[in-house]
Design a protein around this ligand. Sequence first.
Ligand SMILES: O=P(O)(O)OC[C@H](O)CO
Length: 496
Amino acid sequence: MSSKPYILAIDQGTSSTKTLVFDESGNVAAKGTAKLGIRYEHHFVEQSPEEIYSSVLQAVKACRDHMARQGIQPNQIAGVGLTNQRETFVLWDAEGKLLYNAISWQCKRSSAICDRLKDAGKEALVKEKTGLPIDPYFSATKLIWLVENVPSIAAELERGNVFFGTVDTWILYKLTDGECYMTDHTNASRTMLFNIYELTWDNVLLDELGLRGLKLPEVRPSAYAYASSTFEGTFAEPLTICAVVGDSQAAALGAGCFQSGEAKATLGTGSSIMMAVGQDLRHKGQDTVDAIYYSTDNGVVYAAEGIIVSCGATVTWMRDQLGLFAEEGALEQMVKDVPANHGVTVIPAFSGMGTPYWKKDAKATITGLTFASDRSHLIRAALESVCFQVKDVITATETEHQLTLSQLHVNGGMSENTFVVQFLANVLNKPVLCSAMPDASALGCARLAAVTLQAAPLETRLPQHHVSVQQYNPNADWEAVQSSYHNWLEHIDRML
Ligand SMILES: O=P(O)(O)OC[C@H](O)CO
């Protein structure tokens, strides 16, 4: 064992920051966590940048204290990996003074701006350069909203005094007292300002979007020695941050998607599905998102991504707004008790539909109800909708990239529901793998940090041989499965 066998991973997410210490085999040796608030107001979703930063410090401190109880010394930490919620951004000035709250990836304030850009025919240009569709999900249109609606930001932009940063950049900036103004390829690729083929901020796009003069961070590989920090005195000696990567990408790396055609689906409130494509993006996605998966000294690896807006959110709505059940635990048995959905179909467009439909203004529908329908049918149809949406994304990805899904790894809260995972295996007609390791994003960024530290192949880092992985194989009548999926597609067609 080396004298520095541990890696500290920081996972800065939307509702909390988690920290985990991994040993060389991928065992979790210590943990810390800190909660984080979020403000929802109609279509506006914001967070406090200071709170984001302090949640990182708190979670790192909690982890340090746990390390001490486990007998791990800070000088046994070889380096730090940082993974973070993507698309959320912060603006500050040359003095480091905040210009606004952090605008969350969930915020849809720029819906009308997206329509305007599409009407002006900008969609092809944006897609061609960034790999992204024009959608409020990505940072740029919400930045335009701020420039158009907050006079002080417009004035500062005019003076060249607006510094833009995704959450990783903000954390690096704060940890280094403004010394490190950087981001990685994966985070840059979610802003809708970064050319994912030329690997530069796109000046043509910045001009077209009225953002000329915006200060943007230097972009580095995901596996890279960014900066060193004591985390404001949490550690006596500075630790080096050796990796930065968006959390969905990190979750795919943590799940072990290393070969083209391997994919992961994080089934949370919504879902991000990512399929590894390789170093060469030969076919560009039309309805899927072309994403930078990760980058090292050896270059950039691409992935295809699909975004589902409503997964667990549909079930939460059925619990909180319709009162159909009280606890998640009861849910699984309830749906297993009914052999089918009895003709009930839920199209969960509560906040529009993402990949491959990109209909941000669509509304949810429940169809096929009769007096014989009961809550189990509704819930079953809601859970089926999660799987059908994943199938939609996988089908679009396979077609656009001329790849075949080999297997799907699932993680996130809904992957604990065995009905969902089995139904997914049936709908995809492929094995679905569910790891007992819940913190895939932290593991993924720790793997990248290990690559920076040891220049070894990514797939050999922190192998986690001890963690059990449950495999679900298709076990239903394929014709029946196909017929229910066709029924879903027909309903989608009607909705569109
Ligand atoms: O904070 P999470 O883990 O829900 O991740 C948010 C995603 O990065 C948004 O793209």
